[in-house]
Design a protein around this ligand. Structure first.
Ligand code: NAD
Length: 422
């Protein structure tokens, strides 16, 4: 991704993280050069008829980073800032994340540059169907299996599944994960990422000797990942003192009533945001990150914790629900401050782990209970957490580098076995 097409702050950060891990692993130079770039990157035009009759041409992307371990897997993001560089970085992180979790899947990501809060349901459906049609030759249960990410949800996945199935002439539930349960989705997928974040926090707390009940947490981003993580934390007795979304945040030192805040966003709020939340005092997104709390969860955009604000963080544990929320400069500061980081490719891997379960169930047409899903999710995440912790102790590196080293090494080993097709 050193080449200009993929260059962006996010892809430079992802490549640099990879280089640090590769140097530490003494990775084969040829393999290393290959892994810095995606296997394939698609840019597509997505013409969509808007409600006023004109046709707006959105730009869509699908980047497939590496499939040496199995079919590509990764979310679809709808956000105004989506661009080739960001999607490439997210695809690369998916490769390491799947490998770290031990899944037989590769890494990909997709997205459309758009603001889903400003387009109607009809426009969103038409844009989604056209985007799916544009990438249709590059996705499929054996090839590349998308999932929800920021700005997309189970409804969007249902439209992707339907569009793909209409083209094939028969139902293909295995083409996407994160679908509604009614059409081949799995129990527990919607909650999986936030729940997984909290499973890793529980293990981090055990490791650090922190008793969770009565401890405090702040959560940036109150969508799928942030709201579920907040609810699960409250469920283990943690006081969630602040939450925020794109409209700003709310803070109460005594703890916010999370279930009621979730209800407010889902049922009462006029635009499904925290705007006008009747509990707590307003707090900005920037100030939320600097609140004194035991656990901080960024669960929105990337690059929120930077060289500029890392020194002001007052948490003990930083659990990365979002992808790429912490820059390389910030990592150095956090290390000096002794903040324990549960890195994104570990903390938020719950989503892709349960997506993997969904894919397996779809391929077998045989479905598991939510108890089975949650137990298997917890087993995989707990095992991965201790593998990362062991690696960080053995190699005397931080948790992020340890996690990357495990993921990169698994992918590199598989590449060397498979060899170069010429
Ligand atoms: P979502 O669309 O459900 O929610 C995103 C939330 O972030 C919303 O509350 C939104 O208002 C808020 N937000 C947007 N811009 C913001 C800003 N500038 N400041 C503060 N908040 C802002 O998305 P999600 O699925 O919860 O994803 C959140 C993050 O978690 C992303 O980084 C995503 O890549 C990552 N992630 C998601 C999954 C998943 O399964 N959904 C899995 C792994 C990682």
């Amino acid at each position: 991704m050193a080449t200009v097409e993929w260059r962006s702050p996010a892809s430079e950060m992802a490549v640099r993280q990879f280089e640090i891990a590769a140097e530490r692993l003494h990775l084969d130079k040829n393999v290393s050069a290959r892994l810095k770039r995606p296997d394939r990157a698609l840019i597509v035009s997505v013409p969509t008829r808007m409600n006023d009759g004109h046709v707006h041409v959105f730009t869509g992307y699908r980047v497939q980073h590496n499939d040496v371990l199995g079919p590509f897997k990764g979310g679809i993001r709808y956000h105004p800032d989506v661009n080739l560089g960001e999607v490439s970085a997210l695809a690369m992180w998916m490769t390491w994340k799947c490998a770290l979790a031990g899944l037989p899947l590769g890494g990909a990501k997709g997205g459309v540059a758009c603001d889903p809060s400003k387009i109607s349901r009809k426009e969103l459906q038409e844009m989604t169907r056209r985007y799916t049609a544009e990438i249709i030759n590059f996705i499929g249960p054996e090839m590349d299996v998308p999932a929800p990410d920021m700005g997309t949800n189970e409804q969007v996945m249902a439209w992707v599944m339907d569009t793909y199935s209409q083209h094939k002439g028969y139902a293909v539930p295995g083409v996407v994960t994160g679908k509604p349960v009614d059409i081949g989705g799995t129990q527990g997928r919607r909650e999986a990422t936030g729940r997984g974040v909290v499973y890793t926090i529980i293990e981090a707390a055990k490791h650090l000797g922190i008793d969770l009940p009565g401890r405090t947490a702040a959560v940036q981003g109150f969508g799928n990942v942030g709201s579920v993580a907040a609810k699960e934390l409250a469920g283990v007795g943690v006081k969630v003192i602040a939450v925020s979304d794109r409209t700003g945040g709310f803070y109460d030192a005594k703890g916010l009533p999370i279930e009621r805040v979730i209800d407010y966003v889902g049922k009462t709020s006029k635009n499904s945001t925290l705007e006008g939340c009747p509990w707590g005092e307003p707090v900005s997104n920037a100030d939320l990150l600097e609140l004194k709390c035991d656990i901080l969860i960024p669960a929105a955009l990337g690059m929120q914790i930077t060289g500029g604000n890392a020194g002001k963080l007052k948490c003990k544990v930083l659990a990365e629900g979002a992808n790429g929320p912490t820059t390389l400069e910030a990592d150095e500061v956090l290390k000096e401050k002794g903040i324990f980081v549960v890195p994104d490719i570990l903390a938020n891997a719950g989503g892709v782990i349960v997506s993997y379960f969904e894919w397996v169930q779809d391929l077998q047409n045989f479905f598991w209970t939510e108890e089975e899903i949650n137990k298997r999710l917890r087993d995989i995440l707990t095992r991965a957490f201790y593998e990362v912790l062991d690696m960080s102790r053995k190699e005397k590196v931080d948790m992020r580098l340890a996690a990357l080293m495990i993921g990169v090494n698994r992918v590199a080993r598989a590449m060397l076995w498979r060899g170069l097709y010429a």
